[in-house]
Write a protein that binds this ligand. Structure first.
Ligand SMILES: [Zn+2]
Length: 255
């Protein structure tokens, strides 16, 4: 059986490799601050990759953003995130937009799957992606309107879904199955999904997807792994991800 996928979780960079392996899942561990990038990029987890991120909700990360330093970190990473815009952030929307543009320039030049935050900023995030397209955008915890969701699909976006969307479905039925991933956004989705008690606890999301699409667990996992494989393939990164991840993508029947 292919392991579950958590495409967006917050994990401290100092956590032991054993604890991560114990999750028995593929995890994208996202970061929010520059000081996390170094420790994240030195990790060699078997079934996890670490993203380099600049969280739009953290004003200091926005005001101190350095495009060259970010570019160097992205060079070494095989995932970017989390990044994006936040309508409730204390950082001004203008300054957030300015940083996001610079981030998207870096990712356009060095394609990476990119997990994007858009809380109270669905429209502005879509505008930014339209102006500076990137190869593998993933809208995480997406709460856009129907119209915006259709636009996002047209822009080539993926969607990583957690228990909050499952509990109060807004866009689930609009999403093409080949563009969907599962996530926990641990520890933040716990409020809406009491079962998401740790990274990789994507059970309630998986059950909803199985029901929605009429798939059994094996078929769902295969689909999710193929979607992940497609993202790495779009960025020519298949050879750079950990070998256990490559093996699972092959087992899922990707190419
Ligand atoms: Zn997050």
């Amino acid at each position: 059986m292919l392991p579950p996928i958590d495409a967006h979780a917050h994990i401290q960079t100092g956590v032991s490799a054993r604890d991560i392996a114990g999750l028995k899942a593929f995890v994208v561990a996202v970061t929010r601050e520059r000081k996390e990038w170094g420790p994240a990029l030195r990790r060699t987890d078997r079934l996890a990759v670490w993203g380099v991120g600049v969280h739009p909700g953290l004003p200091v990360e926005i005001s101190d953003f350095d495009q060259a330093a970010f570019g160097e970190a992205v060079e070494r990473a095989c995932f970017v995130g989390e990044i994006g815009l936040d309508g409730k952030s204390k950082a001004s929307m203008d300054s957030q937009r300015h940083v996001l543009t610079q981030i998207l320039e870096v990712v356009a030049a060095r394609p990476r799957p990119t997990t994007i935050h858009s809380a109270a900023a669905s429209g502005p995030v879509l505008n930014a992606l339209r102006e500076r397209p990137i190869r593998a955008p993933i809208l995480h915890w997406w709460r856009g309107s129907e119209k915006q969701t259709r636009e996002a699909v047209e822009l080539g976006c993926y969607f990583s879904i957690n228990g909050a969307e499952v509990r109060r479905p807004k866009v689930l039925s609009l999403l093409p199955p080949e563009r969907v991933l599962t996530e926990t956004d641990f520890p933040y989705s716990r409020r809406s999904d009491p079962t998401a008690t740790q990274p990789a606890a994507v059970g309630s999301t998986e059950r909803a997807l199985m029901q929605n699409w009429g798939l059994d667990e094996l078929a769902l996992r295969r689909l999710l792994w193929q979607n992940l494989a497609e993202l790495f393939d779009r960025c020519d990164l298949t050879e750079r991800v950990p070998s256990a991840v490559q093996e699972a993508m092959l087992a899922a029947g990707f190419r």
